[in-house]
Design a protein around this ligand. Structure first.
Ligand code: GGG
Length: 351
């Protein structure tokens, strides 16, 4: 019997609705497998925790998480309680950084049964590899002066190591897929870091002569995501560009509630973390209508990471069959609740 020990952080808002849904699916998947079980240990770290303790997680929180094989996270942020930059840097970004989760993988693909807002919803299937440890997500800088002299300085960090690591990872992934890699740049407007990014991309590309490459400025690339996403296979992007592009990826699939993500630690020293692209959605929290697909697809990515690719594929198939059958939450045109959608996925898995 294989037993996986998973740390679970539902976090804020709908994280507390979609995480239990995805855990039900993982338990159903384990049942189908027969020789697999999960031990989920839940941690109540969120904005309410911050209001009580003045921090998003305890001092020894990272040490506690380190003993688990993976972290399964819902959503972080409740701006009515805690400013977003405090909650994000106190939990999500802290875990990504300290656990050296340097790569963020975010797939997007056309799903039959979901009405895409695209004018011409062609079949598309792409993966964004987002640099996850540096770039524009930086605490380097400061705010000085008062009144009309007020000033904020924000420095982005692009190291050779971090940039090359993300680009190389994306080339390796493209080689396993359709052999096409697109780089997101903005070297006409951002004077230092983006020409540097382009140079590293060009240099690394020499090691992958069979991979076809393209490079687009992020503004044009964002437009192409909407007008012709089918031209893309793997896209490599900096931290901020990757974050923005993947919200567009979610939008063209039909809902921000669908998109999954994996924060990968490459050296095996720390657990990787699995969390959907969406946030805590305070506007729909408590209504029982949050789309569980983003979290369930994220669970599928965790299964892949733990070595259960076949089972992961079964989860994806069940999920797609449920959507195709019309059992859908309101954000994708249905009337089903979070629970109804989850129950249907579990029963299809067990068939
Ligand atoms: N699902 C995790 C979550 O709450 N994400 C919200 C967010 O703003 N994330 C920013 C990021 O991924 O960098």
């Amino acid at each position: 019997m294989i037993k996986h020990e998973i740390a679970v952080i539902p976090g804020d808002g709908i994280g507390n609705e979609v995480v239990p849904a995805a855990l039900n699916v993982l338990n159903a998947a384990a049942e189908v497998h027969g020789g697999l079980s999960f031990k989920f240990t839940e941690f109540p770290w969120n904005c309410d925790y911050y209001l009580k303790h003045g921090m998003m997680m305890p001092e020894d929180g990272l040490r506690t998480l380190q003993s688990f094989e993976a972290v399964f996270l819902g959503a972080v942020g409740d701006p009515a309680k805690v400013p977003d930059h405090i909650s994000l840097w106190g939990l999500l970004i802290k875990i990504r950084r300290e656990f050296e989760q340097v790569i963020n993988i975010r797939p997007a693909k056309y799903i039959q049964g979901i009405v895409s807002p695209l004018v011409n919803p062609n079949d598309f299937d792409l993966i964004v590899v987002r640099e996850n440890s540096e770039g524009e997500y930086s605490e380097v800088g400061g705010r000085i002066h008062k009144g009309e002299d007020q000033m904020a300085i924000q420095n982005a960090i692009f190291t050779r190591k971090g940039t090359e690591r993300a680009i190389r990872y994306a080339f390796e992934l493209a080689a396993k897929r359709r052999g096409h890699l697109t780089s997101a740049t903005k070297s006409n407007g951002i004077f230092h870091s983006m020409p540097f990014w382009d140079d590293v991309f060009k240099e690394v590309s020499q090691d992958y002569p069979d991979t076809r490459t393209a490079s687009y400025h992020i503004d044009a690339l964002a437009a192409f995501f909407v007008t012709r996403p089918q031209i893309f296979d793997v896209i490599v992007a900096s931290n901020l560009f990757g974050d923005i592009l993947t919200d567009i990826g979610a939008a063209i699939m039909g809902s921000i509630g669908i998109a999954p993500a994996a924060n990968i630690n490459l050296n095996g020293k720390f657990p990787s973390m699995f969390e959907p692209v969406h946030g805590s959605a305070p506007d729909i929290c408590g209504k029982g209508i949050a789309n569980p697909i983003g979290q369930i697809w994220t669970a599928k990515m965790m299964l892949d990471h733990l070595g259960h690719q076949e089972l992961g594929q079964q989860v994806l198939d069940a999920m797609e069959a449920t959507i195709f059958s019309g059992i859908k939450t309101p954000d994708i045109g249905g009337k089903a609740s979070t629970q109804e959608m989850t129950d249907d996925i579990c029963s299809r898995l067990k068939k």
